[in-house]
Design a binder for this molecule. Structure first.
Ligand code: NAD
Length: 354
């Protein structure tokens, strides 16, 4: 493995730990980008990586993203992320989860984990047998915690409304045509909330039956996964993969706004400039998709203080996402700078690296 501080994704990370437990076969990387604002919070990804370098890159990039996301969400949390390197069959065992819990506990609360790709609530429960520095645990009715997806969707819904107000000067999404990529936990939630307010939805998923089912439920239209980025619409909402906004993807867009929940939507930072030059309003992904981390961080902080955590407090914080987006767009408009560059600069300032 090459030295990670020579990697392009190395960004003065405070700590990177490689965990290997012979007995359980666990190999994991825990990356702490910044603890300036609080313990580094971010989920654990369980994935089969083609090479260890890919795993390291993912951990570095994702933990930096969490520093930015948590800072812009106004949370007293820093940025961290863990990746667990699974074999080709993506086999994880109870012993691995226990060993991973021990590794998190050994960091004494500097890193707080939660679900990410390949992890479930049940995995977090298993990890919680070995450490208290875990969130995304099952929640009682009316309490913060549990599946972050619906809360992420709620924040994106508010964010799309803010984008429509800013760019189209409309105070409602009624009649606004939205092309939505990805009908999973986040995309499905966003589509339902938008449809309830009268938006016209065109949806797609690589599992086309999923898109058709959602379209039937909300009275929208389903198109193929290949077609969605070229659909004529006011809002394109990516809620599936990252890096879809590359040279080719941006050239195909026929929209005025890009606002969705997928992480790392821009293939490279200069693609934010391309959107800006095309006059497309971009909602920086880590600002608009913070609803889930707001939910689980509140759960964690309340539990640490031994207090109940009212879900209304979570909703109140998620409702602040539009204000943060608006601040980014106003500065972008005033300075003629792409919104992703403005958001990155704001986040760097907040984590003491301005
Ligand atoms: P999910 O697995 O529930 O749903 C993803 C959906 O996208 C699936 O239905 C999948 O079939 C579909 N998909 C995959 N590739 C596609 C393609 N090329 N075209 C169309 N559809 C495609 O995942 P999710 O939890 O809804 O997360 C979606 C995105 O949002 C991811 O990028 C994730 O990192 C990001 N995100 C999720 C959360 C959360 O709380 N779940 C929080 C922040 C960011």
């Amino acid at each position: 493995m090459p030295a990670f501080w020579t990697e392009a994704d190395w960004d003065d990370h405070e700590m990177v730990e490689v965990v290997h437990d012979r007995d359980s076969g666990l190999t994991a990387i825990i990356a702490l980008h910044s603890t300036h604002l609080g313990p580094g919070a971010g989920g654990t990804r369980f994935w089969h990586y083609a090479t260890p370098e890919n795993a390291m890159r993912d951990a570095l990039r994702l933990s930096r993203g969490m520093s930015f996301k948590n800072a812009m969400a106004g949370l007293p949390m820093g940025g961290g992320k863990a990746v667990v390197l699974l074999d080709e069959n993506r086999r994880k065992t109870p012993d691995m989860l226990a060993a991973f819990g021990d590794a998190v506990e050994a960091l004494g609360g500097q890193y707080v984990t939660a679900e990410d790709v390949g992890a479930s609530e049940a995995d977090m429960v298993a990890i919680s047998k070995r450490t208290t520095h875990v969130c995304g645990l099952p929640a009682d009715e009316g309490d913060a915690g549990g599946d972050p997806g619906p809360f992420t969707a709620m924040g994106i819904f508010h964010g799309i409304k803010a984008a429509v107000a800013h760019k189209l000067e409309k105070d409602s999404v009624e009649g606004v045509r939205v092309a939505l990529q990805g009908c999973g936990s986040v995309g499905g939630g966003v589509a339902r909330l938008l449809a309830k307010e009268g938006a016209q939805l065109v949806v797609s998923d690589i599992h086309h039956d999923r898109a058709e089912e959602l379209a039937r439920e909300i009275g929208g239209e389903a198109v193929s996964a290949e077609a969605i980025m070229g659909v004529e619409c006011e809002v394109f909402s990516p809620n599936a993969l990252g890096a879809i906004l590359d040279d080719e993807g941006i050239a195909r867009l026929d929209c005025r706004i890009v606002a969705g929940g997928a992480n790392n939507q821009l293939a490279r930072p200069e693609h934010g400039r391309q959107l800006h030059e095309r006059g497309i309003l971009y909602a920086p992904d880590y600002v608009i998709n913070a609803g889930g981390i707001i939910n689980v961080s509140m759960e964690y902080l309340c539990r640490q203080h031994g207090e109940p955590c009212d879900i209304n407090e979570v909703r109140k914080r998620i409702a602040q996402i539009p204000g943060r987006l608006e601040a980014v767009w106003q500065e972008s408009d005033a300075g003629g700078r792409p919104s992703n560059e403005v958001a990155d600069a704001m986040a760097m300032e907040l984590i003491g690296r301005g």
